[in-house]
Design a protein. Structure first.
Length: 450
């Protein structure tokens, strides 16, 4: 990092209201703001925002600085995470400090590679059941189907709970919740949540539905025992090393809610985007089917077969590059810092956008192209921080290996059994709520493989 301090350079966006700065543009198209700041205006871009200093840090080196090298100086005390706590509470995604470290140590063993082998069969069985329910030749929303499938997987694999009967209700509640949270994050002048507006009422009802499902899982486990080696068992059996106390139901609720929701939403979005990309790349789809047939025949993929499916893994990686489920990461500056000669004052807000960094042409030649083969060789142009779909450093997603395995096994099994054709006339528009969803879903028609 440079040590000299130079004046901050404001983003040259046209601003219709000097009092609001770039806020209306962020409200209308936040992906475009992050993309232009990163690709057009240099490594450090100042965003004029009402009542705060805000910056976009747009290089892999600066992402590494914020998320790894100087991580203690950049915390999650932002409006976005404050809103997210209204749903997730103080779970792994939103907590910080010693409490987060303790919870992470408890949960980590559930995601060790040796544990993942037991989850593969759950993933492929859920996929087969999903495909069995499709009416061949008739249009359906792949995004909605895959959301139900991944919800079932996370319920069975990590919580040993059958949530299939609640899947539709959870999906609707989650959609309402995420849309509400991003609206309140981007509209700081919204009426308080205690005001019974239609939006606030819908949000409270959605959270109540999610609380009901998670509460039932915890209550049933406390009442009837159950598996001793899943994530929920680890959380329930954990004890504070100083006091000997276990988690309260409120703490359990926050951790289960985090795993339950974050553990299926992001993977479902990745697979939805991958289905769209493959629909526009029939040559890649044909190669994926040929790879699966050569390695597996008609047998379902397993954790053990994953290393022999490199094209499938590269397709998953490339989908995550183009459409990272977490499209931006916000942090609050704890103490004054200097990056690239720019002084970031205490209390400033900084953004690192995987969406935008994944499109930097100096690290990703032809960045908008869906090219799984770019992953087949090591590219010296890539730096640590140029690819961060799961964030990076100590706060990297605890379930990244689980999510990658799940996406590979599900897409491979789907392609073994059916061909998915995109319904003509769709516009695939990214919808940046808390995660990056395809607005309106992904409408497809399934036909059987020969």
């Amino acid at each position: 990092m440079q040590t000299s301090v130079v004046p901050a350079r404001p983003v040259p966006f046209p601003v219709s209201n000097p009092l609001l700065g770039v806020l209306p543009l962020i409200q209308s198209d936040p992906l475009r703001v992050m993309e232009r700041a990163t690709l057009e205006f240099g490594p450090v871009t100042h965003l004029p925002m009402p009542g705060m200093e805000a910056w976009v840090l747009g290089t892999p080196r600066l992402a590494h600085h914020v998320l790894v090298a100087n991580v203690k100086n950049y915390v999650k005390q932002t409006r976005g995470y404050e809103m997210l706590r209204h749903v997730l509470g103080n779970g792994l995604v939103t907590s910080e400090g010693d409490f987060w470290k303790r919870q992470r140590r408890i949960a980590q063993p559930a995601f060790h590679r040796e544990r993942l082998a037991a989850f593969g069969e759950i993933m492929t069985r859920a996929t087969d059941d999903m495909v069995d329910g499709w009416a061949l030749g008739k249009p359906f929303d792949f995004a909605a189907e895959i959301m139900r499938c991944t919800l079932r997987v996370v319920g069975e694999a990590l919580l040993s709970a059958d949530v299939t009967r609640d899947a539709d209700g959870v999906g609707r509640a989650l959609t309402v919740g995420l849309e509400h949270l991003i609206h309140r994050t981007l509209h700081p002048l919204s009426l308080p949540e205690w005001v019974p507006t239609p939006r606030n009422t819908r949000f409270k009802e959605a959270v109540a539905e999610l609380d009901r499902v998670v509460g039932d899982i915890i209550t049933q486990r406390r009442a009837g025992g159950g598996p001793q080696h899943d994530l929920l068992a680890m959380l329930m059996e954990s004890r504070d090393p100083e006091t000997g106390e276990g988690m309260t139901d409120a703490q359990l609720r926050d951790e289960v809610m985090t795993i339950f929701l974050a553990g299926h939403e992001t993977t479902a979005n990745n697979l939805s985007w991958l289905a769209m990309l493959l629909g526009h790349a029939p040559d890649v789809e044909r190669r994926l089917v040929a790879e699966a047939r050569a390695v597996l025949g008609d047998a379902p993929p397993t954790m053990e077969s994953m290393p022999r499916l490199p094209l499938a893994m590269n397709a998953v990686k490339e989908s995550l590059r183009l459409y990272p489920p977490i499209w931006t990461l916000g942090r609050r500056v704890v103490e004054d810092d200097v990056v690239e000669g720019y002084r970031l004052a205490k209390g400033s807000l900084v953004f690192v956008s995987p969406w935008a960094i994944h499109r930097l042409p100096e690290y990703w030649p032809d960045p908008l192209a869906f090219d799984p083969d770019r992953w087949a060789v090591e590219d010296p142009r890539r730096q640590h921080g140029s690819y961060l779909p799961f964030s990076m450093g100590q706060r990297k997603c605890i379930g990244d290996t689980f999510a990658m395995a799940e996406a590979l096994l599900i897409i491979t099994r789907v392609l073994q059994r059916v061909h998915l054709s995109l319904v003509p006339g769709q516009r695939f528009t990214p919808e940046p709520v808390i995660t990056l969803r395809p607005r309106g879903g992904v409408q497809v028609v399934a036909s059987a493989r020969a």
